[in-house]
Design a protein around this ligand. Structure first.
Ligand code: MYA
Length: 342
């Protein structure tokens, strides 16, 4: 090769390798990643647009809370996890993909303000890379995440966890259909039905189908477990990093609430927020294809609820294991608390 002369464009050069690629194949080098282009465009799914970040400086990105993104009166915890993971992913060699993350929610986020994500490049190894991300609003660190990335590598393989036998998502009702049914279900209290009907309904970027037919309300006790299928609405870009960010985003939508199930009662008003969140990504998957989320809460004690979860593909592959601890309090009445914050 060194002695022959060939007409070609030099595309990439390093100390060891000189890659010669004919012009007609340069498209092979175009990034297929979500991280490069302007992703605010309408053609992208809402989940992908929510996770879009603008680069501000080296290692610094900015995210916003879109008007049509779920909020729950504050920046949704899953939005912090998804956006922070997106920020970390943008600073890592694209051959390395996230395999675990650990996050703490430090302060309630203000959804009217942009969020600055500062990425610290903790380490870049041959196979692994580690990143620490701080989400900042008003000069305060409101959320922090540690994430580890790994280059694809072959190895031992086993899976003991079995996907439970549940109905296919096609046989189950969508959240929208469930809402309609609940409004007219005579077995449910009229006050509850009226509340569901009058509450503003903002569609989520994620489609959810509960596996069990459930007639319990947020004021009736039920076991501390839940199983549902989810997938992003619309098609996501073909980037495994994005699919993991979307699963991270979704994982906080209905998770901690499962810990409250056995304690629900008439008149209960709770003040609950996620405190920490950990995820391990075992195998590749698509978040715009159905994923089964199996949730259990083994413990609640000392105003903290603990939940663990597993995610499976339709084929029964265990793709994610996760845990969360959250603050579970009875909300104070306005008489005893002048300005409740939670
Ligand atoms: C079927 C369909 C189902 C659908 C379900 C959909 C649901 C979807 C749900 C989606 C889920 C989304 C999930 C998510 O997105 S949760 C969002 C992500 N998580 C967070 O944002 C948490 C951020 N972290 C913090 O805010 C702090 O670190 C906390 C608060 C945890 C600790 O920090 P700190 O140690 O400093 O706090 P503190 O304990 O002293 O208290 C702080 C303040 O609170 C007052 N306070 C205390 N006790 C009560 C009480 N009982 N009732 C009312 N207020 C109370 C207290 O007086 C104080 O106020 P003030 O004295 O400062 O004024």
């Amino acid at each position: 090769m060194a002695s022959s002369t060939q007409p070609a464009d030099v595309i990439a050069l390093s100390k060891l390798t000189c890659l010669l690629l004919p012009k007609e194949h340069t498209n092979l080098l175009e990034s297929k990643s979500i991280w490069s282009a302007d992703e605010t465009h309408e053609k992208f799914s809402l989940a992908e647009r929510i996770l879009h970040l603008d680069p501000v400086e080296v290692n610094i990105f900015q995210g916003i809370t879109l008007p049509d993104a779920p909020k729950f009166g504050k920046v949704f915890g899953g939005q912090f996890i998804g956006q922070a993971l997106a920020a970390a992913s943008k600073t890592v060699d694209c051959l390395k993909i996230v395999h675990s993350l650990h996050a703490y929610f430090l302060l309630i986020g203000d959804f009217n303000m942009p969020i600055t994500y500062q990425v610290h490049r903790v380490r870049d190894g041959k196979s692994f890379a580690t990143r620490r991300v701080e989400a900042i609003q008003n000069g305060n660190v409101v959320f922090t995440l540690l994430a580890s990335f790994q280059k694809e590598e072959g190895g031992f393989n086993h899976q003991v966890a079995e996907m439970p036998s549940v109905p296919n998502p096609e046989e189950l009702l969508s959240m929208e259909e469930l809402r309609e049914r609940r409004i007219i279900d005579p077995r449910l209290p009229r006050t509850y039905r009226n509340k569901v009907a009058s509450r503003e309904y903002v569609p989520w970027p994620i489609e959810i189908r509960f596996c069990e037919h459930n007639t319990s309300t947020n004021q009736t006790k039920s076991p501390p477990s839940l199983r549902y299928w989810f997938r992003a609405k619309g098609k996501l870009s073909d980037d495994q990093a994005l699919h993991r960010c979307v699963a991270a985003y979704t994982s906080d939508l209905i998770f901690l609430q499962v810990s409250l199930n056995p304690h629900r009662e008439k008149g209960l008003k709770s003040a609950s927020v996620s405190l920490d969140h950990s995820m391990w990504f075992h195998r590749p998957f698509r978040a715009d294809d159905w994923v089964l989320y199996v949730i259990n809460s083994p413990s609640a004690h000392g105003a903290r609820g603990f939940v663990s979860g597993q995610m499976f593909t339709r084929n029964g592959e265990l793709i994610v294991s996760l845990t969360q601890e959250g603050l579970l309090r009875r909300a104070r009445s306005p008489v005893s608390a002048a300005k409740p914050k939670l």
